[in-house]
Design a protein around this ligand. Structure first.
Ligand code: SF4
Length: 477
């Protein structure tokens, strides 16, 4: 057990599930560095029932090239068993870059006086959304810094309402996920009432001393308040929560095991594990010392390994990969268990509209991107790689959230709904928003996917696609 002192409130909390000494001992345990043991664990992981923390630590230790290849293959199999070949697409929408915190890795940090600050008006929120819907997006992640006035609950609520109201060519945003500072239970209840999908909040680093170094002041310095954000969100009735760590702040093996500890703990106590787990990796950010020179930079090989281990340890969770990573690496990481990706992203408020007008967005962005392709380009690429781009938002609107979603995901039956819904929403995208070449790629992809289907599922999917091709929008079940 680790007893952590919360420096902001001098409040003592127990954090049994982030047991630093236990995690460190697992990392250093030479007995886990055993090929026979690792092979046995891989065999077990094929059942897609998850792994223990100790088993996950053993897999993180794999260095044998053949066994590593086997682990990647297994991660792909497990991902496909639960989620098939689908890749869910979304884009972030930043509503303000003002922030009262001072995180050492973020360009929005309060002490970055050179950053151009901006909070969108509701009209600008509408314009940003129009751009995204016009690209074909159906889900956005609303993002804001922590600021009691500029990122107030009222403003977040009005922004969400504005986003949901936008219509372009019959398309609209059908799921708004939210990434905000941790809230009280009362505020989480209010956030839920805005009709959000997933509430997302990353611990950044689970390593207490590193956390203190990276958050020298501001409300975010309160480690425990952030760590227990998901408890409060779930208590407030938000069913789907997304956790994550910012890789590069401390040893990636520690961070991975701590992230898994968090996931296991939520599952044990609430019967609902995280809906998603995100794996952002530090990228350069304007005037952010820890991002310019990451203290524990994670190389590509280690990054791939940790993603595969997360997939095997928590098969039911969605793993999110952002456009921080360059296109070539993203393609490789899709093969080891990623199930959700952002595409065509910008990371500063107003940047979608500004990019059309060629204004200097870099002085306003949170961090630099590695993948600058448009949604259309990503969709075509993903399709050609054999993955189905999914614009589906059905579960959230059919009340398959929280433990109901987990029931389907853990049993691997979620695909029975996902396949028809993914195909119908992809057909809708192809009809309304794809460029000529992408539409061609989509048509042939959909045709192939339909040929794989049988019986009632095939019949149902054909009917749904027929309705879409007759002009109906938002066809799902
Ligand atoms: S990471 Fe978040 S809380 Fe920290 S400075 Fe950036 S926007 Fe603010």
């Amino acid at each position: 057990m680790v007893i952590a002192k919360n420096s902001t409130t001098q409040f003592l909390v127990t954090m049994e599930f982030i047991n630093e000494s236990h995690i460190s001992s697992l990392i250093e345990d030479s007995k886990l560095n055993n090929i026979e043991l690792q092979r046995e664990i891989l065999q077990k992981s094929r059942e897609a029932k998850g792994l223990t923390l100790q088993e996950s630590a053993a897999l993180l230790n794999i260095t044998d090239a053949e066994l590593l290849a086997e682990m990647y293959h297994t991660a792909k199999e497990v991902k496909e068993k639960i989620y098939g070949n689908r890749l869910v697409l979304f884009a972030p929408l930043y509503i303000t870059n003002l922030c009262v915190n001072n995180c050492m890795y973020c360009a929005f940090r309060r002490d970055n006086k050179e950053l151009v600050r901006k909070t969108l008006s509701l009209n600008e929120v509408r314009q940003e959304t129009e751009f995204l819907v016009g690209q074909g997006h159906k889900r956005v992640l609303l993002v804001c810094g922590e600021h009691p006035k500029k990122a107030s609950m009222d403003f977040i609520g009005e922004s969400i309402k504005t986003i949901y109201d936008v219509r372009v060519k019959g398309g609209n945003i059908r799921r708004v996920n939210v990434n905000t500072a941790p809230l009280s239970i009362e505020d989480f209840k209010t956030l839920k009432s805005f009709g959000i999908g997933t509430y997302q909040c990353f611990q950044e680093t689970y390593h207490y001393d590193t956390y203190m170094q990276m958050h020298p002041d501001g409300p975010k310095r309160d480690y425990a308040w952030r760590l227990y954000a998901m408890d409060r969100a779930l208590q407030a009735g938000i069913d789907d929560v997304g956790i994550g760590a910012l890789f590069g702040l401390t040893d990636w093996r520690f961070e991975t095991l701590a992230l898994l500890s968090h996931a296991f703990n939520l599952d044990e106590r609430f019967g609902v594990g995280p809906h998603t787990m995100s794996v952002p990796r530090l990228e350069p950010a304007f005037n952010a010392p820890a991002a310019i020179k990451p203290p524990f930079a994670v190389d590509d090989a280690s990054f791939k390994k940790l993603i595969a281990v997360i997939r095997l340890a928590v098969p039911y969770t969605g793993i999110i990969l952002s456009t921080r990573e360059r296109a070539e690496l993203r393609r490789d990481l899709f093969t080891v268990g990623v199930s959700q990706i952002s595409a065509g992203s910008r990371t500063s408020p107003g940047a979608y509209k500004e990019s059309q007008e060629s204004l200097g967005e870099h002085e306003m962005e949170q961090f630099q991107l590695g993948d600058h392709r448009t949604l259309d380009e990503v969709v075509k690429d993903v399709c050609e790689l054999g993955y189905m781009p999914s614009f589906c938002t059905a579960c959230y609107r059919s009340e398959r959230t929280g433990d109901r979603f987990m029931e389907f995901a853990k049993s691997g039956t979620i695909g029975l709904m996902c396949v028809p819904n993914a195909i119908s929403t992809f057909q809708e995208y192809a009809n309304d928003f794809a460029s000529g070449e992408t539409k061609q790629a989509a048509e042939s992809f959909i045709k192939n996917e339909m040929e794989k289907l049988e019986g009632a599922t095939k019949h149902k999917t054909e009917k749904m696609v027929e309705r879409v091709n007759n002009g109906e929008k938002d066809v799902f079940f």
